[in-house]
Design a protein around this ligand. Structure first.
Ligand SMILES: [Mg+2]
Length: 251
């Protein structure tokens, strides 16, 4: 599988013309899928009746059961929402899943936080931004409580100037609300602003909506789902190289 990456390197401004860099959080600068898998594996190992459960199926249901709207409208807290989703999945697998008695949420979270680490190369690119005095915003659709806790645990405040999460369904990426907000905070125009993210539908479409440079972190070699001028990279280390050697891109 040696497919051509879609990349028009001329889209990336020379480093001294980069006005701000925006990053998605989950599976862009901080691992998400791996901690969630660890959480489900840990639940599976803790309860013998789940011996034959398939983690991939649990993950799929976990995604499908999420109601962004209910959480954003504060009909249910993020923590409670996850506990409810886990209960539903475990009940479906034949368990009498009462979280108050069995504490499977705690089992999940313990394993989750152990694996909640930075993505390879994330610290390098963030350090480069610091060195070059490029302002950094994290723009994430993720659960604010988890994201703020992640910031503290991984000491991301050393590198990130602002973290923005949606408060209403209209503010969720790919809508451009949070991108515009970050540009207002940094007092920058779209020209010279870069967005890096792993989700094509949220991060890349969002960046294109906001008129900023979309850089698609495609670590697993997925096919590009739709048209659009994006720069595709397979690791953040690659991005460090591209940005530092920006002048070569123009040869
Ligand atoms: Mg993501």
């Amino acid at each position: 599988m040696n497919k051509e990456k879609c990349r028009d390197l001329k889209l990336i401004p020379p480093i001294n013309e980069i006005k701000a860099m925006f990053f998605d959080m989950d599976d862009t600068i901080v691992k998400y899928r791996e901690p969630v898998i660890a959480g489900f594996n840990s639940i599976k190992e803790s309860y013998p009746e789940l011996e034959n459960a398939i983690v991939d199926d649990m993950m799929k249901q976990f995604r499908e059961l999420f109601s962004y709207e209910a959480v954003l409208n504060r009909e249910v807290s993020y923590r409670k929402d996850i506990s409810i989703r886990l209960s539903k999945i475990l009940n479906g697998l034949g368990m009498d899943a009462d979280d108050e008695k069995l504490h499977f949420s705690s089992v999940f979270w313990r394993a989750f936080w152990k694996k909640r680490r930075m993505v390879e190369g994330a610290r390098d690119i963030l350090q480069l931004c610091r060195k070059m005095k490029i302002p950094v915003a994290v723009i994430t659709n993720g659960n604010p409580q988890i994201q703020f806790r992640t910031m503290i645990r991984l000491k991301l405040h050393d590198y990130v100037d602002v973290i923005l999460t949606p408060r209403t369904i209209e503010e969720v990426k790919p809508n451009n609300f949070l991108f515009e907000k970050a540009m207002t905070i940094f007092d920058v125009e779209p020209k010279g602003v870069i967005m890096i993210g792993d989700s094509f539908s949220a991060d890349m479409v969002g960046a294109m909506n906001a008129g900023i440079v979309p850089i698609w972190l495609n670590m697993s070699g997925k096919d590009k789902p739709e048209d659009g001028d994006v720069v595709e990279i397979s690791s953040l280390r690659e991005l460090v190289g591209l940005i530092q050697h920006g002048d070569d891109n123009y040869e």
